[in-house]
Design a protein around this ligand. Structure first.
Ligand code: ADP
Ligand code: MG
Length: 299
């Protein structure tokens, strides 16, 4: 990773030049919605957290509508461990028994969401935390997960949710005003039961129903890597298929790439998986002109 530049040494004239270079991008994205999946290291490192919050506020202030969807895997893992429970994953999904579901709700809708809301507010924005229950936003049902290799085999992953529908009315109402929605990936079922939904899946579906201009997924790696650990800067649906089948894409990258592809095919103009470990990753992607991370193509 590159060393951060000492910006105190940049001459005011150069700073003005840099800002002016962002103008075409600001004009292009003004009034548009961007869904941002916030996860990985960007969410646990304090300096990166602050950069993220500043970037989100800056986007809002230049007339772009950021909508944040957050994950919380490491934080859930920490609390489970403290309670003496061991997390388990099948095909990238957390096996969610009732006790785990309680922990997921505490951590996501409590701690993590409110931390992000606080950070954004501190950076000068007005964030509002929501779960999928708020505004009856995310209806879900139990995910029926078939085995990747054997379609006759089904895995029981407990209260992991499959999205039935998303009603974005509450998000629209907030973003049309001055607020920045921060969404925790928790859905509700017909009996008002709770569902733990992969945050990438929620971000992708929300981007689709909002007809967002961009979906940006911040993660803890450079982007999608090939077998030789080289960054793949662009991926077509066909290439993605091959990489999943041959096992190059595994674990948490499976729901991420599936969501990203869904969004790209459903009309979200630009879908990128980017490195959240890079300071100001968000601004770099939105207002910079260098390609960054992996872009997912719709065809
Ligand atoms: P996030 O918090 O971003 O959702 P995840 O752990 O769920 O993080 O997903 C990102 C992880 O996916 C990476 O850290 C990496 O270990 C894993 N992964 C699996 N296959 C690939 C691949 N082909 N390219 C990049 N990452 C991959
Ligand atoms: Mg993940």
């Amino acid at each position: 990773m590159t060393e951060p530049t000492d910006i105190t040494s940049i001459a005011p004239r150069d700073k003005a030049e840099i800002l002016a270079q962002a103008l075409p991008y600001i004009r292009k994205y003004h009034g548009k919605t961007m869904v941002i999946k916030y996860g990985g290291n960007a969410m646990t490192d304090p300096a990166l957290q602050q950069d993220f919050a500043e970037d989100v506020v800056l986007l809002k202030l230049v007339g772009i509508n950021p909508v944040v969807v957050h994950g919380g895997g490491p934080q859930i893992e920490t609390l489970l461990k403290r309670l003496g429970k061991q997390g388990q994953f099948i095909q990238g999904m957390r096996v969610t028994d009732p006790e785990t579901m309680e922990v997921v709700e505490w951590v996501l809708a409590g701690e993590v969401q409110q931390d992000i809301v606080g950070l954004i507010n501190q950076a000068g924005g007005k964030a509002v935390g929501l779960t999928g229950r708020d505004g009856a936003m995310i209806r879900a049902q139990k995910l029926r997960m078939t085995d990747q290799k054997d379609p006759n085999l089904e895995h029981d992953v407990g209260q992991v949710g499959d999205i039935v529908s998303i009603d974005p009315a509450v998000v629209k109402a907030l973003q049309d005003d001055q607020f920045i929605p921060v969404v925790s990936p928790i859905g509700f079922g017909e009996q008002n039961e709770s569902y733990n939904i992969n945050a990438d899946v929620v971000a992708a579906k929300l981007a689709t129903v909002l007809q967002a201009e961009k979906l940006l997924m911040l993660t803890n790696i450079r982007g999608v890597l090939d077998k030789d650990m080289q960054l793949l800067t662009e991926l077509t649906p066909r290439q993605i298929d091959d990489l999943v089948v041959d096992g190059t894409i595994s674990g948490g990258m499976i729901p991420k790439i599936a969501g990203a592809l869904d969004a790209a095919k459903s009309g979200v103009n630009a879908v990128h998986i980017i490195d959240g470990r890079v300071p100001h990753a968000l601004l770099l992607e939105v207002l910079g002109n260098e390609p960054f991370g992996t872009m997912i193509r719709s065809h």
